[in-house]
Design a binder for this molecule. Structure first.
Ligand code: SF4
Length: 336
């Protein structure tokens, strides 16, 4: 289901923009529709009130909790069932954050990611993306939403932008607290600046070498790392928030001194934060996590050279931490 379709349905039933906003706000923020000084039955057209009786269970069924897997770091992975019984993952992050999925599977096929192994299964509708936030808000407050779960948001751009628009308006989440994460796609740089809600941007760089990037991210658009950083810099300056560069750190693949020099060459003087994320080992993938001492040394070295660098762990890594691992295990169990 798309939010635009939902809006259209409400309008056809006679809802005015203020009715529509109140209904969507109540849904996205998990507020009682009958609360406040003017309960819904006093101001909504009768046809809308009647339709809500069937619409509400439909909205509730868009994302339901299949299982929850709390981790030692305060994160909690959620296996979420969609209305067609497919499953995606969301992650409750510490300090009111939530990571949501935007696609079932992913076509980019990053060689270090479980989600990419089976390719794209289907797109998530904008309402299914927001429904993950609604589900999480029923469990606890959500103040920040990062679009970093299963899928490449740029490959489902209309739905993701629609979800961002609702979350940044009636959903009550600040623009900087909506984080669009992408491997880099020209449509993102064209369309994000046009929206009334301008999310923060995270760019998955992973290497400064174009040929290695083409191997690690085989179906990402071929944009040279230098150009990607230039496009990111233009967006950062236009929105006044820094780009978060994501770098999954893999031993012997992209943790060399030459790569670190490449980062300094590309990012020095840029409005940027470099996030080094040590690879989370996955059965069946031929990669290793670098030694923690080596990772700490890289962070210090980049800092010394003027690059604002943070070491990030993938949230909840002690419980099938890599994106897509929880779903993969669930699907395996169901198929057995
Ligand atoms: Fe897709 Fe992200 Fe996995 Fe790459 S890392 S395959 S873009 S979900």
């Amino acid at each position: 289901m798309r939010i635009d379709t939902l809006r259209q349905q409400l309008r056809t039933l006679g809802a005015k923009p203020c009715h529509e906003a109140r209904i969507l706000r109540a849904w996205a923020q998990v507020l009682p529709l009958d609360g406040g000084p003017r309960p819904a039955q006093h101001f909504l057209p009768q046809a809308v009130r009647t339709a809500l009786e069937t619409l509400q269970p439909q909205l509730d069924g868009l994302a339901t909790l299949k299982s929850e897997h709390p981790a030692a770091d305060g994160a909690s992975r959620l296996l979420v069932a969609l209305s067609d019984a497919q499953t995606v993952e969301s992650v409750l992050l510490p300090r009111g954050g939530l990571c949501v999925s935007t696609q079932l599977g992913c076509a980019v096929g990053c060689t270090f990611c479980m989600t990419g192994r089976d390719g794209l299964i289907r797109q998530l509708g904008s309402a299914e993306i927001v429904a993950q936030v609604v589900l999480a808000r029923r469990m606890r407050a959500v103040k920040k939403v990062v679009f970093m779960g299963m899928g490449e948001p740029a490959h489902n751009l209309d739905n993701v932008l629609e979800a961002i628009d609702l979350l940044g308006t009636d959903g009550g989440i600040g623009h900087k607290n909506l984080v669009f994460s992408t491997v880099g796609d020209r449509r993102v740089f064209e369309q994000l600046p046009q929206g009334r809600i301008k999310p923060a941007l995270a760019l998955s760089l992973h290497t400064t070498r174009a040929e290695l990037r083409a191997q690690l991210l085989p179906r990402a658009p071929r944009i040279a790392p230098e150009e990607l950083v230039e496009l990111g810099e233009a967006y950062a300056r236009a929105t006044d928030y820094p780009i978060q560069y994501q770098w999954t750190l893999i031993e012997g693949v992209n943790d060399s001194d030459a790569e670190m020099e490449g980062i300094v060459r590309l990012l020095k003087g840029k409005y940027a934060i470099m996030n080094l994320i040590p690879f989370n080992p996955v059965d069946g993938l031929p990669y290793r996590r670098p030694d923690p001492a080596r990772t700490a040394e890289l962070v210090r070295s980049l800092h010394r050279q003027g690059i604002l660098t943070k070491m990030r762990q993938s949230a909840g890594q002690d419980i099938d931490g890599g994106c897509g691992q929880l779903r993969a295990r669930h699907v395996t169990l169901v198929r057995r």
